[in-house]
Every structure is written in structure tokens, then in C-alpha cells.
Design a protein around this ligand. Structure first.
Ligand code: 5AD
Length: 345
């Protein structure tokens, strides 16, 4: 899967031709990571954030949002729930919140690793290298940090750095790998100003970074953000990537072809724009992971990085219908154990 081939698929619109892409991605998925679907329990441990990302609903500029930070006890209870549900991994995600102190989190990680069999994934933003090292020492297994777009000019427009601290997510991803983390990254699809060419570059970068996990979802405008208010101009019509389900699936499928043995989720954002079939569509076009939300109900609505993420209907559906039933509908079964990347050479 070279860059130009990816670009051709991204521009392909004939549904009959696209069937070939879906079939290829599904075949590589089955051959390389099998029919089981790993479930990762997502716990959104804090919605506090120092960053001003122009796309994200919990950006620091959202002054009306009530902010929360979960206690260690609450987080441990969620980890236990993940165990009870048979999940092999808990994902601790937050805004870039320095109130989540390094030593406090290290202690919490040691407890989770001592008291449960879970793999622990962190998704806490651009934290200093010493903290990432301390958390790895404390037992964290994986880290998620999307580079969002490989177009540096676009990245700077949507992702202003903290004053005096340049944002270099690619350097951080390499650092994480050197520390022994399994490393996940990814992009949003359909950011205003995102071109087909840059998206083809993104896919090539997934492979170049040798990612262990690749997360891809549609950009969903949030009204309380600069991007949601239309403050950034789109690319010219022939160049602008749409934030559709079909385009997102193309990127999921191409990510599978670019990174055959990576863990690739059918993301909540994909299921948000297609509540009826989003997960199944992703899982049959290259994905092999779902990240059910285990955040306590009272916090969930406050973690709306995009609208609809925490809709009561979704939450209820997730609780009511075990993922195993959704999976059975497409002939797949939940994976057992931590479900880390198994490299196949
Ligand atoms: N629409 C879609 N995805 C978003 N994210 C943040 N804001 C939005 C949005 N408005 C994604 C980013 C981030 C991940 C945690 O959520 O890619 O890395």
C-alpha cells in the first residue's frame, strides 16, 4: 500500500469499486489479527485541560463546561468493572491535566497492576518525558496520542502549543516507543482545511511510525469550539476531505493495509455519526477493537469532546446490550486477555 495507491482509494467514489477495498481490508484483518474483537474499557478520568485545540469540546477556552477529576477510588472501581465485564484492558483518558500529578498516577497504576490482570493504556496528552517514563515504570503498557494530521501548517492552526513549549507529537510518539510502550496514534477525518494529499501522507506515516494501534474517526464539529463555529476555512472543494462515514471507513481500511498487524478500533466517533451500524461497519472494514465507555454516568456528559459522544441513548444501549451480542451479529467474538499487538514478520 504505497501513498499514491492510498490517494487513489481516498478519491474513489464508486461503491462497487470500494467493495474491493473493504474486502481486502477485511481479509488482511482476519489473516493478521483474527476474528476476535478486543474490548477496551474507556475511563475518562478528567475533563480538565490546559490546551486550546480548536476542534475539541473540552478545550481550555470552553468556559461554560463544569470540570471534574475522578478520585483514585472511583477509577479503581471502573477498573474492577472492566474486569467483571471480561475486558482485558482499561484506557485512562483525560484532557492535558497537570492536576493528574505524576506520582499520584504512578501510585494508581501500581495499584491497578497489582490488583487486576488488566493491561493499562494511557491517553493523557503531551506530558513531559520524565512523567511518561515514571508511568511506564509503574506498569502502564500503552499510550495513545493521535498526531491528528501530518499537515504541519494545518496542525498548528488547530492545535496551538502551550506558550514556550513547542508541540511535537511525532517526537513524543518515538519517545513512547523507546520507553517500551505500545504506541497508538491516528487522525480525524474531514478537518476543515484537510486535503486528500495530506490524508494520504497520514496513512503513509502510520506505516512509517510502525504504530501498534491506529485510531481514526470523523471530525464532528462541536459548537463551543473555534472549528465548530466555522472559524477555519475549508480547503478548495476539490481538495477538502469530507467528514463522512464512507471517508472514515476508507482511512480505517487503508490503515489496516498499511499496518496489517496493528490494533485498530471501530471508534466511538464513527458510531456517533452512524449509531445503528457504525461499529459493525468499522469492524468489517479493517477494525478489530471496540472501546466501550465505562466512565461513571455523572461525568460522561461532561466529557463531550464532540456532540453526541455521551448521548443517553448510546450509553443506555451500551449498558443494556453486551458487546458480545453486537459482535455475534457479525460472526465475531470478544477477545480474551490483554490483546496487545502481536508482531508478525
Ligand atoms: N470530532 C472528532 N474527534 C475529536 N477528537 C477531539 N475532538 C474531536 C471532534 N470534535 C478526537 C481527537 C483526539 C481524540 C481523543 O478525540 O482526535 O485525539
Amino acid at each position: 500500500m504505497n501513498r499514491d495507491e492510498a490517494l487513489r482509494w481516498l478519491r474513489e467514489e464508486d461503491p462497487a469499486d470500494l467493495e474491493e477495498l473493504w474486502a481486502r481490508a477485511d481479509a488482511v484483518r482476519r489473516e493478521r489479527v483474527g476474528d476476535t474483537v478486543h474490548l477496551r474499557g474507556l475511563v475518562e478520568i478528567s475533563n480538565r485541560c490546559v490546551r486550546r485545540c480548536a476542534y475539541c469540546g473540552i478545550w481550555a477556552g470552553n468556559r461554560t463546561l463544569v470540570r471534574y477529576r475522578m478520585t483514585a477510588g472511583e477509577i479503581i472501581a471502573c477498573a474492577r468493572e472492566a474486569v467483571a465485564l471480561g475486558y482485558g484492558t482499561v484506557v485512562l483518558q483525560a484532557g492535558e491535566d497537570y492536576g493528574l500529578a505524576c506520582d499520584w498516577l504512578a501510585g494508581l497504576l501500581r495499584r491497578i497492576k497489582a490488583e487486576t490482570p488488566l493491561a493499562v493504556t494511557l491517553s493523557l496528552g503531551e506530558r513531559p518525558a520524565e512523567e511518561l517514563a515514571a508511568w511506564r515504570d509503574a506498569g502502564a503498557d500503552r499510550y495513545l496520542l493521535r498526531f491528528e494530521t501530518s499537515d504541519l501548517a494545518l496542525y498548528r492552526r488547530i492545535h496551538p502549543p502551550v506558550v514556550g513549549r513547542p508541540s511535537d507529537r511525532l517526537a513524543l510518539l518515538r519517545r513512547l516507543a523507546a520507553l517500551g510502550y505500545e504506541v497508538g496514534s491516528g487522525v480525524m477525518v474531514g478537518i476543515p482545511g484537510q486535503s486528500y494529499d495530506s490524508l494520504a501522507d497520514d496513512i503513509a506515516l502510520f506505516a512509517a511510525l510502525d504504530l501498534d494501534m491506529v485510531g481514526v474517526g470523523p471530525f464532528i464539529p462541536h459548537p463551543a469550539t473555534p472549528l465548530g463555529r466555522g472559524e477555519l476555512a475549508p480547503a478548495p472543494p476539490a481538495e477538502q476531505v469530507p467528514n463522512t462515514e464512507a471517508m472514515t471507513c476508507k482511512v480505517v481500511a487503508l490503515a489496516r493495509l498499511a499496518c496489517p498487524d496493528a490494533n485498530i478500533p471501530a471508534t466511538t466517533a464513527l458510531a456517533t455519526i452512524d449509531p445503528a451500524r457504525g461499529y459493525e461497519t468499522g469492524l468489517t472494514r479493517g477494525a478489530n477493537v471496540i472501546m466501550p465507555n465505562l466512565t461513571p454516568r455523572r461525568y460522561r456528559a461532561l466529557y463531550e469532546i464532540y456532540p453526541g459522544k455521551a448521548s443517553p441513548r448510546d450509553a443506555a444501549a451500551e449498558r443494556r446490550r453486551p458487546p458480545s451480542e453486537c459482535l455475534a451479529a457479525i460472526g465475531r467474538s470478544p477477545g480474551a486477555g490483554p490483546g496487545g499487538r502481536r508482531r508478525i514478520r
